[in-house]
Design a protein around this ligand. Structure first.
Ligand code: ZN
Length: 254
């Protein structure tokens, strides 16, 4: 059969206009992974507003294999994460989440985990934006990247120097080397002035956050300096993990 229809839970990651004037949304589901689907109808169409970025809900997809056409025929959002759209830092962060998921082919193809993680990240960004809590926005971004890398098997070992392979003692300041994309011992970090210094609190936070569900982990507080360092380190790792340059990281809003 050349025509198939399907319906599943999905999150809308982005939407864009194509030259013909039609809109194409990228959605992520556990069943079908990343799918680009046409949304027909004018600018004021109800479906266009229902299928806006970061809405999460049930999608109805129509696929005509012979014509190579995938169409979103309906979308019923159960969560809209409306507070994100009222906060520039949250918009930039949610756009980054969307871009990272697409640039890594949904974290290397583990669709259910990618959907779970992106929905958790959007939910915490929404909560942080609603509360005007910019620190929680930053923590959500850092945690999103670190959990994503974990799912992709790309987390650098915090206890081994990525340059000399020596052990890193936990009681010293950890450094992250942009050059090697991993942690560095004090000796190697000294030779690299642009290394990011991670205060002890950053690793303690990671340990503690790592044992909790995402939404709960983001609520664990972290000192400003540690948060800045952790976010810088997470974003550098994100750049290295993506297949293509991440446009959202150069938006100036990070
Ligand atoms: Zn070393």
């Amino acid at each position: 059969m050349a025509i198939r229809s399907a319906s599943y839970g999905a999150v809308i990651l982005r939407s864009r206009e194509v030259p013909s004037g039609a809109r194409v949304v990228t959605l992520l589901s556990a069943e079908d992974g990343l799918v680009d689907a046409f949304v027909f109808g004018g600018g004021k169409s109800k479906l266009r507003s229902l299928a806006s970025p970061w809405h999460s809900g049930r999608a109805w997809i129509y696929r005509d294999v012979a014509k190579d056409l995938v169409k979103l025929t309906d979308f019923d959002p159960d969560r809209e994460f409306a507070a994100i759209r009222g906060d520039l830092a949250a918009i930039a962060s949610a756009s980054f989440v969307s871009e990272f998921i697409t640039a890594t082919s949904a974290l290397g193809g583990d669709w259910a985990d990618a959907l779970d993680l992106s929905t958790s990240a959007l939910s915490t960004l929404d909560e942080a934006a609603a509360a005007g809590n910019s620190r929680a926005v930053d923590r959500a971004v850092a945690l999103f990247v670190l959990r994503a890398l974990d799912l992709m098997g790309m987390t650098p070992d915090p206890d081994e120097c990525s340059i000399c392979a020596g052990a890193i003692r936990r009681d010293t300041i950890h450094s992250y080397s942009r050059r090697s994309g991993g942690f560095a011992c004090a000796h190697c970090a000294e030779a690299e002035p642009e290394a990011i210094r991670l205060p002890p609190g950053a690793l303690a936070w990671l340990d503690s956050a790592g044992r909790r569900p995402f939404e709960e982990a983001v609520r664990v507080g972290l000192g400003d300096e540690a948060a800045r360092a952790l976010k810088a380190c997470a974003l550098d790792l994100a750049r290295k993990a993506a297949d293509a340059p991440l446009r959202t990281l150069n938006s100036g809003l990070f």
